[in-house]
Design a protein around this ligand. Structure first.
Ligand code: GLN
Ligand code: ZN
Length: 770
């Protein structure tokens, strides 16, 4: 029996890589310093794994910016627009690499970055490879080899990790018509083979191919491409031990294909999908030589492993195929876990009670090793003590009042159908709201946040450090809010917002005020490039003790006669952007959050807010990887939103906001949310995304964003008028709102003011026109 991991966090336990990268980009450290930081992190990671007893240690899991970008770079898949950088000897190869990652504007060069998108259902973002019809590939970089050698120097013979040819192609995009990217496989395989041969020349034993698309629905053609790939590798490199890594879901209907592949080991994500173990062990297709890598330690979450549960799975596998064919591992790369729980030494931030339930990457290494020792009956004296301790912690967790709140549980149980339904259908509510609010045609509004300037952020930091008293901090925020209300009145906006200056982040702000949430100091997880997020931890039943936003919203409302919109984050988004407890279903946890938000909505209404927005930007990204699982997810997710929104009178108008508008397959579910108004991103698609709403005859009101807030550029009034005129072709005028694409927190005041004045002007013009 052996242990392995699929990859280790590369950002550094104190975000050393992030800091070094950002200094390099701003010109304050040299390339050499950056590369030295990178090398130190790699070496630390390898040595740590060795110390913790990992048998098969990965390499090539380190990247300066992104793993898929590295592979594009290695395979010479570099779009034409970077040629001027590539062919200019004044640029280092890293300049080209970072230009692909971030774009580059320098002298006569002005190129955009590769597109960025989410890595499956994680919050990690990768850079999307671009393919042309006559795409060629070559071995353009030796990183994989260099890192393998670098570890050899430390006496560690690693398992290089490479995204497989088919998953690499599938993760990219065709940049012209007339071909399918999988057709490029024949050109790509020889390049992979060259790299593999170079590794074999260095006596590599194991090679991990990540094939995460096996967790998604694949066409026959795609399945065949996978078969071709491994058949060729097996023929060419008969002695090589290939570990095929699938994660984030089961093999599902791809299982037969996976079992038939001539590979050494199949990696299974037994956290997401424990049931697949039985299917595999019982399958006649399981080949007598195939090893199984049992992914029992959760790579996506921060909970301590339940040894008893894991050992059950491991013993079952041992019983069926014997110890020698088993590897113990995390469920996926530890990239998605924070680095080291030992750094959390401040009990005021993370209490001892909650800390004892957690394991970050470093601790997960120990868990993998302990599980092997227990299953293998090694080192028994120590490992049995660990098992005992682990059992006890999980036993106590089942009943501790820190987690369990019977009031909350009963409230969830007692929910009825009426609780997720407004009193009357939208058509009735719309009339009542029209009378109550008396808004003009094309009402104008914003999405909530106004610029979070350096000053605003410095106040928060100073307040945290105790340099600003609560009163001083409060006064500054009030002043900022007041000025923002004044500006919106002067600009002539119809529905105002308070500006969200008091919020650090749209999830953390709520988590900090809810019961059942914990926070860390160093629980960073890479989101993209040098950017990291520190998700809150939902460890217990969620409840709301006091109102969370009423003070700021009603203060803002007291300053104006125009309606102010109360601003909340929705239950699904709070859930998606947190580490969620694993001792009950997500749907249950989400319902608890929904009830807390519902109470807040009701309190806002009581305080006189006639419009309340419940942001749900994460509903769509929570969609499961396989389509057959969408329905179950959408059922509870949409219901949770409805529970949060349904406690108010028909006259009260509920808005929601999502940062995208590609709703092709789920438009009926979006309609089923039954928000009175939905604001979405539309300007970059020139309103074309409204097509789906039109085809569906979406019944409620819509605010398609008329300008892109991601850029400092101030749009012209005419542009926005043109966009509104386009929107009118899709959606009846009585249903349309005018607003920007998203919140304005990352913008500066100067451009914000100009843009909003133009936006209001555009709405006025359209009122005359229609
Ligand atoms: N109300 C939030 C804001 O304006 C919404 C942000 C979001 O959905 N991403 O910033
Ligand atoms: Zn948004």
């Amino acid at each position: 029996m052996k242990t392995t991991i699929l990859g280790y966090p590369r950002i550094g336990s104190k975000r050393e890589l992030k800091k070094s990268l950002e200094k390099y980009w701003s010109g304050t450290v040299s390339l050499d310093t950056l590369l030295q930081t990178a090398k130190t992190i790699r070496q630390k990671n390898w040595l740590l794994q060795k110390e913790k007893g990992i048998d098969i240690i990965p390499s090539n899991d380190f990247y300066l910016y992104d793993q898929v970008l590295d592979l594009s770079f290695t395979l010479g898949c570099i779009p034409e627009r970077y040629a001027a950088i590539k062919n200019n000897s004044n640029f280092a190869k890293q300049d080209l690499y970072f230009a692909m990652a971030r774009g580059l504007q320098k002298d006569t060069i002005d190129v955009t970055a590769l597109e960025m998108t989410k890595w499956f259902d994680t919050n990690y973002h990768y850079l999307v490879p671009e393919f042309t019809k006559d795409q060629s590939f070559l071995v353009a970089d030796s990183k994989i080899i260099e890192e393998y050698k670098e570890a050899l120097e430390l006496g560690i013979k690693t398992k290089p990790v490479i995204l497989s040819p088919v998953s690499f192609l599938l993760s990219g995009k065709e940049k012209e018509e007339g071909f399918h990217r999988v057709d490029l496989l024949e050109k790509l395989l020889p390049v992979y083979e060259t790299i593999i041969q170079q590794l074999i020349d260095l006596e590599v034993e194991y090679l991990q191919f990540d094939e995460p698309f096996l967790a998604t629905n694949l066409s026959n053609k795609e399945q065949e491409a996978i078969q071709t790939t491994y058949q060729r590798f097996a023929n060419k490199f008969p002695g090589l031990k290939i570990i095929l890594a699938n994660y984030f879901d089961c093999y599902g209907e791809n299982l037969e294909v996976a079992l038939s592949l001539p590979v050494h080991t199949l990696q299974l994500d037994l956290v997401r999908c424990p049931l697949q173990l039985d299917d595999i062990l019982n399958s006649k297709k399981l080949q007598a030589h195939t090893h199984l890598s049992l992914g029992v330690v959760d790579g996506r979450n921060i909970w301590k492993n339940n040894f008893d549960a894991s050992l059950n799975l491991i013993q079952k596998a041992i019983g069926a195929i014997g110890k020698e064919r088993i590897i113990i591992s995390p469920s996926c790369s530890l990239l998605h876990s924070p680095c080291d729980l030992d750094l959390e030494t401040n009990p005021k931030i993370l209490s001892k009670e909650v800390k004892q339930w957690l394991a970050f990457s470093k601790q997960k290494l120990e868990e993998v090793t302990t599980l092997k020792q227990l299953a293998n009956q090694e080192n028994l004296e120590i490992s049995l003590v660990k098992l005992h301790e682990n059992t006890k912690i999980h036993e106590l967790k089942k009943t501790t009042p820190l987690i369990h709140n019977s009031k909350v549980k009963e409230r969830v149980k007692a929910l009825t159908k009426e609780d997720s339904q407004r009193a009357n259908p939208f058509s009735v509510r719309q009339k009542l709201q029209k009378t109550a609010l008396n808004l003009p045609l094309f009402p104008t509004t914003t999405i909530g946040s106004f610029p979070q300037t350096k000053e605003v952020r410095s106040w928060r930091a100073k307040h945290k450090k105790g340099i600003l008293s609560a009163k001083e901090y409060q006064d500054l925020l009030e002043k900022e809010t007041k000025e923002t209300i004044q500006f919106q009145e002067e600009a002539g906006l119809d529905v105002l917002v308070h500006g969200e200056f008091e919020r650090n982040d749209m999830v953390e702000y709520f988590g900090e005020q809810l019961q059942g949430f914990a926070f860390t100091q160093f629980g960073w997880v890479q989101s993209y490039g040098s950017r990291c997020v520190k998700p809150p931890i939902i460890y217990g039943d969620v409840s709301r003790e006091n109102s969370m936003t009423v003070k700021w919203s009603s203060y803002a409302q007291s300053l104006t006669n125009k309606p102010v919109k109360g601003m909340l984050t929705g239950p699904v988004t709070i859930l998606q952007w947190s580490f969620v407890r694993n001792d009950q279903s997500h749907s249950k946890t989400c319902t608890q959050i929904a009830l807390a938000i519902r109470d807040e909505v009701v309190d806002l209404e009581k305080a006189g807010l006639q419009i309340i927005q419940i942001d749900e930007p994460a509903i769509r990204e929570g969609l499961p990887l396989r389509k057959e699982d969408w329905k179950a997810y959408l059922n509870w997710a949409i219901k949770a939103f409805r529970i949060s929104a349904s406690g108010v009178a028909d006259e009260t108008q509920i808005h929601t906001h999502m940062c995208y508008s590609e709703f092709n397959d789920i438009i009926s579910d979006i309609a089923n949310m039954d928000a009175d108004v939905i604001t979405i991103e539309c300007s970059r698609s020139q309103m074309e995304l409204l097509d789906v709403f039109a085809a569906f005859k979406y019944p409620n009101e819509i605010g398609p964003g008329v300008y892109d807030i991601h850029s400092p550029r101030v749009p012209e009034r005419e542009e926005m008028i043109t966009l509104i005129e386009k929107a009118v072709k899709y959606i009846p005028v009585e249903q349309l709102w005018i607003n920007p694409d998203c919140g304005l927190k990352t913008r500066h005041w100067e451009e914000t003011k100009k843009a909003l004045l133009e936006m209001v002007g555009a709405a006025q013009k359209c009122r005359e026109e229609f």
